[in-house]
Write a protein that binds this ligand. Structure first.
Ligand SMILES: CCCCCCC/C=C/C(=O)SCCNC(=O)CCNC(=O)[C@H](O)C(C)(C)COP(=O)(O)OP(=O)(O)OC[C@H]1O[C@@H](n2cnc3c(N)ncnc32)[C@H](O)[C@@H]1OP(=O)(O)O
Length: 725
């Protein structure tokens, strides 16, 4: 785990714990033993610590915070090992490449010098997994780089690159990529330098005079950007101790606050989410194939069909990953508008300093445009991103099938339509798959990959690997109406509207949703994305119904015996499409404005509606709003598992966290269901099903019922599936 060797008078400690050199108990013990050995070795004058493989040390082993800890051979804790390193009279140099994160940076700060390669990144991301840098990070970082930067890094968890770390004084020098050679050379040059001033714990905190202002600014930022999360608050509190107390006493406070966080349910949920996000790309389709049995195709070039918001966003996601893209439109003006959108977004990134002008120019140089499918004969992959219309999509796929080489993968960015039907327009259904991106597609991390009946494992592997390459978290799901995310969302938006019919107002429903931690309410989000999108999809369904001989009544509150709210359609008929028209479920100062205001017209519309349908409006409690919005959603997640549409509960949680703003600190809907208690959810579902028998989303899932009866957690379902593979 930690190798020791000596080269002349330099002791070299190599941390070797693949894949990221996480600090397990054995790594911690190994470091302690190797430092002791170097301290006692009279031939050693200086020590270098570095990491084998891709990283220096990416932090403490996250498995260790909730699972069983390995027993330790040495009694010292990680903070004690770091103190032991800092106290060494022989200089210790941390030679950093890849990442020095969390406990890795804390170890580096226990060293007397830190050098790093230019591409190395450092950070204290503990807050993101619900804990704090409990091995002295909250105390050493403000001494090293100042209170302001330390508060920022520790409360946000963001990583910074070596050049910025150098500016902040976190590292001493940027060196070439031959990190070990550089480390040894640097170590030799500092052998005789005094260590006074190199032991960070003995230094004063920089910017301490501005403490009050910096701490209140950090707290204000947390209230705005990390609402509901407890870890950022405790992280700030711990850093604040650095200016109130001497180092040793502040370390005791750090340990105390660490214990509060590490035992919290938020930390458990965030750590579960961390591993779930890493599990998602490792797809498994029981009885079919899995990521480790199939090789993906290498996608060298891609095309995107449609230069609207979705198409341009997808094109940018591909361009950002250095994949050359041909953007195709049928209309020259639309195409030019789309290209301008991309150019403007890159120009914005340059203005914000996220890209250099040269980088933006390079990315744009990989963008080709075309008005003809004839230009797609050599591309490896096409992503169609036109609006949701089955006939149009089928027409496009038939054309693509003729224009593209036989090996090309054909993807549809659909959020709800039947992939099998789209694939039926081609002679290569095995190469057709849904790739459901989220808006804005260049930014949102979720990619819901929808496999059809005939989609080949190679095609699944290809889009999963492409997803990772373009920085997404790809999740494989099965083909059903609206797939996983939107299928579950459907129950939530339906219930939200039923609540309006019965007496609630949009802002009352939205505030319960936001209090739970979802950043934007159901009605706010509907106004943001545009009510007309759902309306278009519903109109397609009404047309289908009519074709099958069932007349659709625009006032109907039931479709095929199922409760339905026509309120969304009513708003659209009045031109209330949301923010873009300045009115939707809320009113806005002008079209495109962001701030929603309660609209008296909507209140009247709802009252009239209820009267017309003989519904007695009543005050609906926040608890009822919560249960009615979220329990059917959770229940639908169980049905999705039952139906084999999702393979693992973790996949559902990843979808909801990364695509729909579900608060990560609750772990996602399936994890959260366990926290509430499956029996409680089941009983509540039964209660509401009795009250609302015409809403099938209240019918409790058989899986939920079985697990609740057997008092089993949802993770047991995952295990059952895993054992069947
Ligand atoms: C008295 C006791 C006091 C103790 C105080 C201790 C205080 C210190 C706390 C910490 O250090 S908490 C950990 C802080 N570090 C992190 O949060 C880093 C997390 N990791 C990452 O951000 C990324 O993994 C990476 C290092 C940037 C690499 O990213 P990349 O995309 O290249 O790979 P991944 O797919 O993310 O990861 C690969 C592989 O490694 C596993 N892994 C990563 N980090 C850890 C970790 N810290 N612990 C355990 N495992 C880790 C990850 O799950 C992947 O595993 P597989 O999926 O391949 O099995």
């Amino acid at each position: 785990m930690v190798d020791y060797r000596r080269e002349g008078n330099v002791a070299i400690l190599t941390v070797n714990n693949p894949p990221v050199n996480a600090i397990s108990t054995r790594v911690k013990d190994g470091i302690y033993e190797c430092i002791s050995r170097a301290k006692n070795d009279t031939k050693v004058s200086v020590i270098v610590i570095h990491g084998h493989g891709k990283h220096f040390i990416a932090g403490a082993d996250i498995h260790g915070f909730s699972g069983q800890r390995e027993s330790s051979k040495v009694v010292a804790t990680l903070p004690e090992v770091i103190a032991f390193m800092e106290a060494s009279n022989k200089p210790i140099v941390a030679a950093i490449h890849g990442t020095a994160l969390g406990g890795g940076l804390e170890i580096a700060m226990g060293c007397h010098y830190r050098i790093a390669t230019k591409s190395a990144r450092v950070g204290q991301p503990e807050v993101l997994i619900g804990i704090l840098p409990g091995a002295g990070g909250t105390q050493r970082l403000p001494r090293l780089c100042g209170l302001g930067p330390a508060l920022d890094l520790i409360s946000t968890g963001r990583h910074i690159k070596a050049p910025q770390a150098l500016k902040l004084g976190i590292i001493d020098k940027i060196v070439s990529d031959d990190i070990l050679k550089e480390g040894i050379a640097f170590a030799k040059a500092v052998i005789d330098k005094p260590l006074n001033g190199r032991r960070i714990s003995t230094l004063p905190v920089k910017d301490a005079e501005n403490a009050e202002q910096l701490i209140s600014a950090a707290n204000a930022s947390v209230r705005k950007r990390q609402r509901g999360m407890m870890a950022p608050i405790w992280n700030i509190k711990a850093v604040a101790e650095s200016i109130k107390l001497p180092f040793d006493e502040a370390m005791e406070k750090e340990a105390e606050y660490f214990t509060v966080l590490v035992t919290s349910s938020q930390a458990r949920a965030l750590q579960y989410a961390f591993f779930s996000e890493r599990l998602a790309p490792k797809w498994e389709v029981p009885g079919v194939a899995s990521y480790n049995t199939v090789k993906p195709m290498n996608i060298k070039t891609a095309a995107v069909i449609g230069a609207g918001t979705m198409g341009t966003g997808i094109a940018m996601a591909l361009l950002n990953a250095r994949i050359p893209v041909t953007l195709v439109e049928q209309n020259k003006q639309f195409l030019e508008k789309g290209v301008k959108m991309i150019q403007d977004l890159y120009a914005g990134s340059v203005r914000l300093g996220k890209l250099t002008a040269d980088q933006a120019k390079y990315l744009l140089s990989n963008l080709k445009t075309s008005l003809s499918y004839d230009d797609l004969s050599t591309v490896d992959c096409v992503i169609e991103a036109v609006y949701e219309n089955m006939a149009l999509k089928k027409e496009i796929f038939a054309k693509l099938d003729n224009a593209c080489k036989p090996s090309a993968v054909l993807c549809s960015n659909t959020s709800s339509l039947d992939i099998d039907e789209i694939a039926s327009a081609t002679k290569r259904p095995d190469k057709v798959i849904g790739t459901h991106f989220f808006v804005p597609a260049y930014y949102m991390r979720l990619l819901e990959n929808v496999r059809g009946k005939l989609t080949s494992p190679e095609t699944i592997a290809t889009v999963q690997s492409l997803g990772v390459r373009i920085g997404k978290i790809p999740v494989v799901v099965g083909n059903c109406d609206s797939f996983v995310g939107n299928r579950m969302l459907g129950t939530y938006t339906s219930e939200a509207q039923f609540l309006l019919e019965e007496g609630a107002l949009p802002h009352e429903v939205d505030s319960v949703i936001k209090d739970f931690g979802i950043p934007i309410g159901a009605f706010e989000v509907s106004d943001l994305s545009g009510l007309d999108i759902g309306w278009r999809i519903r109109k397609e369904r009404y047309e289908k119904l009519e074709k099958s001989g069932k007349k659709h009544d625009p006032n109907a509150r039931f479709i095929n015996g199922e409760r339905f709210s026509p309120l969304g359609d009513t708003l659209c008929e009045k031109g209330r499409f949301g923010r873009k028209t300045g009115m939707g479920w809320y009113r806005y100062e002008k079209p495109g404005a962001k701030e929603p205001f309660i609209d008296a017209e909507i209140t009247t519309l709802l009252e009239d509606y209820s009267k017309k349908h003989n519904i007695t409006r009543r005050k609906i409690s926040p608890q009822e709003i919560f249960e009615r919005c979220f329990y059917p959603l959770i229940n639908e997640g169980f049905k999705v598992l039952e139906d084999g549409i999702a393979t693992r509960p973790e996949d559902i949680d990843v979808i909801w966290i990364n695509g729909y703003g579900w608060p990560k600190y609750t772990g996602g809907p399936m994890y959260y269901a366990n926290q509430i208690g499956l029996d409680k959810i089941y009983d509540t579902m039964c209660y509401y099903y009795e009250q609302h028998p015409t809403s099938s989303h209240w019918r409790p899932s058989a899986l939920l019922r079985d697990l609740a009866k057997q008092q089993l957690p949802i993770s047991q379902w995952g295990k059952q599936v895993a054992s069947r593979l």
